[in-house]
Design a protein around this ligand. Structure first.
Ligand code: HEM
Length: 217
């Protein structure tokens, strides 16, 4: 891939740029996404709020393609032995790429802050747990209309979680602009597998403390 101006987005740089440009999100959009207001322990969470670019990505999902192809839906390259997931995604415009890269960096920053985007969905809760506890890393680069994302797990359980999440991003989000499905049953299967023996109790506690009713409490 051509590397004209390769920009590595750090969470810090991203958050400051988001403050400057805003992101076209809205409370209405948040409600449509099943987020709603955050009360109780998640008060002020705003994990899917301004800066997430989710409405933009949903509306523009068909503008993204697998790098080097015209109309192929983006899908990750998975390497189970290395426990890594790599994406190279092309937008039609630099704005497409910038909004996508900003979304991912915004979400990564939220997870690192111990926030829970999509707190009704156990798969997203499990991913938040894995990120916050350092069980995988995320790297994001944007170059022109391209976005390269690399996620690397350091446990088999975390790998299963980021792998399942990437299937949702490809099959639901990019392919259909569908953001309403609940993937909790996929998370339950992963959690029941032997790969997650070491963290099962801890994850179950995390989920029971964090899970919210869809649409907020
Ligand atoms: C329900 C709305 C959404 C939520 C709550 C959400 C949340 C997240 C979260 C938590 C991450 C992981 C960040 C990390 O692991 O460091 C992520 C990554 C990502 N999101 Fe979203 N997202 C949503 C919608 C979308 C849509 C509509 C698109 C594109 C059309 C999209 C594309 C991506 C991509 C490409 C990644 C990085 C790849 C990956 O994590 O496997 N997301 N998102």
């Amino acid at each position: 891939m051509q590397k004209e101006t390769l920009i590595q987005l750090t969470s810090t740089a991203l958050l400051s740029s988001l403050l400057l440009v805003g992101c076209g999100n809205s409370n209405t959009a948040d409600r449509q996404e099943g987020n709603g207001s955050r009360m109780g322990q998640n008060s002020g969470n705003n994990a899917e709020g301004e800066g997430s670019n989710i409405p933009y990505l949903r509306d523009n999902h068909a503008n993204y393609s697998q790098h080097g192809t015209a109309n192929v839906t983006p899908a990750p390259t998975k390497d189970a032995a290395k426990m890594s997931i790599d994406w190279t995604i092309s937008g039609k415009t630099e704005e497409n790429a910038e909004k996508l890269a900003s979304h991912i960096a915004f979400m990564e920053a939220r997870l690192k802050e111990d926030k829970n985007p999509r707190a009704f969905d156990k798969l997203f809760l499990m991913e938040a747990y894995m990120k916050y506890n350092g069980f995988y890393t995320t790297n994001i680069e944007r170059s022109g209309t391209n976005v390269v994302v690399s996620k690397k797990a350091n446990t088999a359980c975390a790998y299963e979680v980021i792998s399942a999440h990437s299937d949702v991003v490809s099959g639901d989000f990019f392919a259909q602009g569908e953001i309403m499905n609940d993937h909790s049953s996929d998370a339950e299967k992963i959690l029941a597998s032997s790969a997650c023996n070491d963290v099962r109790t801890s994850v179950e506690n995390y989920i029971s403390q964090r899970q919210e009713t869809r649409g907020g409490k």
